[in-house]
Ligand binder design. Sequence first.
Ligand code: GDP
Ligand code: MG
Length: 177
Amino acid sequence: YGDASQKIDYVFKVVLIGDSAVGKSQILARFARNEFSLDSKATIGVEFQTRTLVIQHKSVKAQIWDTAGQERYRAVTSAYYRGAVGAMLVYDITKRQTFEHIPRWLEELRAHADKNIVIILIGNKTDLENLRAVPTEDAKEFAEKEGLFFMETSALEATNVETAFVTVLTEIFNIVN
Ligand code: GDP
Ligand code: MG
């Protein structure tokens, strides 16, 4: 977790997108503060959170943007995407529809963001395996076809959240270096 006194070598803006209630804010809370809340209203209105980590001996400040409840189709403005070098495209593994909306989010992302943006597809809520509605294989296949990284996470259990962010940030780091 970040040390305020350290020198920052890079600042990378990463945006979270995906349908409402898939767990974007809790994924961010887990990554930025190692917190989780069952009350989804807790973080409404927060524009972004930061966490500084070390990648290949350089300090990288990740500035992670969260949609403040603007997940309706086309409600996310282009300002949100401006300057973003990474994107996390999140669906809920227990809600098939949130996965079916992913192509729409991807289209919006590609229309507004830089063409070299690093994108990871995230299937969240793996702790609810008994309610799974999206097979891992379906998402993996889609990600491969679209050239996205892919990971399944649980913000609740803190599974793969760190790995997902580190995957995106390391890839961005490698592109700029
Ligand atoms: P957002 O609208 O995409 O930002 O979703 P939130 O982060 O607000 O989460 C919506 C609801 O799902 C909240 O009740 C969270 O507590 C819950 N939630 C988020 N992540 C997980 C998870 O990994 N597992 C479970 N079981 N619930 C989660
Ligand atoms: Mg939210």
